[in-house]
Design a protein around this ligand. Structure first.
Ligand SMILES: NC(=O)c1ccc[n+]([C@@H]2O[C@H](COP(=O)([O-])OP(=O)(O)OC[C@H]3O[C@@H](n4cnc5c(N)ncnc54)[C@H](OP(=O)(O)O)[C@@H]3O)[C@@H](O)[C@H]2O)c1
Length: 328
């Protein structure tokens, strides 16, 4: 099979397409023929050797993908060859092993992919949607009637969070930094789409909430925005830090005087029972039509390095997806 292998840590150029032996499903495992692979920012941090999870070299990146089961190991009764699935990590590791034509997963790492969802869309389900669900419902306790600001709503996690929050009856304010991104945010059902490139855009957030501020903020770039979030959030508000790329200075007095709760979250630390609930919510939302992943860019698997450059550039518009050669 073809797979992307990193033989050393470094820049995007360390990602090379190689020919590797086909893996086989062991007991309690399934093998998935992969049709599409989702690219996430953390895969660039891991490739650079700067991530909390540091794989042994060489390694195959990626944890998000969708395809069709083509081999079932002994003891597996819930799945049969031909089933369409999306995966949440691989048997190699929950955070890598997926940039390949064939991937072996433990049977609880595959999830039914409804027919209305394409493989490219299914490749953007695990990391973005589980993260979004956990931030909204596991941390911020979002309920109908809340005003939820998604600070960075044009990317994978932000578009997933917008769909989940709208379906839960929240009013969503989503920010983006490009015209395409703003259009995408509106199309996901956000009531307000605000450009985070504009000086003074935080005043717009205060204005559209009638001076009160959002009840909840999901933050994709805390090192830039956390202190501003503390300024604009409503009294008693909840802020969830999802993304952060450096240090930040905050005025902690705002947390005290406004009775604010600041939560953090990391996908890899979510308790197993909560992960199960998140996947149940994802599959139910896909079935009902409440959730529809947005694919912005499709590239051949061989162009993984280009995808890693693009995912770190501004102007997000949903997911970047890699397509392996379909094979024989
Ligand atoms: N904690 C966790 O477990 C977890 C899980 C998944 C992801 N993450 C992190 O969460 C972040 C988002 O992930 P993703 O997959 O959605 O990435 P993505 O698809 O690349 O999207 C990035 C988002 O951040 C926005 N952004 C850029 N500059 C911003 C600014 N100054 N203020 C607010 N937003 C800004 C982008 O908007 P424009 O491009 O339109 O400017 C875009 O909406 C990443 O840092 C990722 O590493 C964390």
């Amino acid at each position: 099979m073809q797979a992307i292998l990193a033989r050393e840590f470094g820049g995007p150029e360390v990602l090379e397409l190689e020919e590797l032996p086909d893996p086989a499903a062991g007991a309690g495992q399934v093998r998935v023929r992969i049709h599409a692979i989702g690219v996430n920012p953390y895969e660039t941090y891991m490739r650079a050797g700067a991530y909390a999870i540091k794989p042994e070299l060489p390694y195959i990146p990626g944890a998000d993908a969708a395809g069709v089961i083509d081999q079932v190991g002994s003891g597996v009764t819930a799945w049969t060859p031909g089933d369409r699935v999306y995966i949440s990590g691989t048997a190699t590791h929950k955070a890598y092993g997926a940039y390949a034509q064939l991937v072996v997963c433990n049977q609880d790492q595959v999830h039914r992919l409804p027919r209305r969802i394409s493989f490219a869309q299914g490749a953007g389900l695990f990391v973005p949607y589980v993260t979004a669900w956990r931030a909204l419902f596991g941390r911020a306790n979002v309920r109908a009637g809340d005003v939820v600001m998604i600070h960075g709503a044009s990317g994978g996690v932000g578009s997933a969070a917008t769909q989940f929050a709208v379906a839960a009856g929240a009013t969503v304010i989503g920010t983006a930094g490009s015209d395409d991104g703003l259009a995408l945010v509106r199309a996901q059902g956000a009531r307000f789409a605000i450009d985070h490139r504009n000086t003074g855009y935080l005043d717009d957030i205060t204005r559209v909430t009638g001076g009160r501020g959002p009840d909840v903020i999901l933050e994709m770039l805390a090192n830039v925005n956390l202190d501003h979030d503390l300024t604009v959030v409503a009294p008693g508000g909840r802020i969830v830090v999802i993304g952060n790329r450096g240090r930040v200075e905050i005025d902690a007095r705002k947390i005290m005087t406004k009775d604010i709760s600041v939560f953090g979250m990391a996908l890899w630390g979510i308790p197993a029972d909560e992960i199960r609930r998140a996947h149940d919510a994802i599959v139910a939302g896909l079935d009902s039509g409440a959730l529809t992943p947005v694919v912005g860019t499709e590239l051949p698997l061989a162009e993984a390095a280009r995808a890693h450059r693009q995912v770190m550039e501004p102007g997000a518009k949903g997911k970047i997806v890699l397509l392996p050669d379909p094979g024989p």
